[in-house]
Design a protein. Sequence first.
Length: 154
Amino acid sequence: MSAFFLAFTTKNYKSNFSGQWKLNESKSELGQFSQFAVRSIKADQKEDSITVTRTSPSFNGGDMTNTETLRYDGKETVTTVFENSKRKSTAKWSADGQTLLVNYTLLLEFNGESMEIKGTETWSLSGDGKNLTVQINSSSPQGDISAKAVYDKQ
């Protein structure tokens, strides 16, 4: 009987990132890129994918919004960002289902110049589910960057 009970109590439940999230700059560690950080996230999590809409400041002073749907089966998603630049992403769950790891390659195209940025985002929730932390690590010809963005559930 105890083995039967244990089978139900050890089931791993995945974190649920669904909702509206707003950047909390005082809890974040954004460094030199704070002016371009994603200000809000809307996440719609399903059984096989998560659709993420990010709003951030654009280079011309307004806001820029882009949406991507990331599948958990490792299939690559290609999204257009910054006019004609492309972001290629894959997503997978940690073994315990508590964090979502997003691997991406950003191919930036500006004025005939191109640059590739490779990076990861590690998504996790606070114990009470009121804060989303996105740890970002990236590498480009300009060097390596690490930032932590903390969002409050709205």
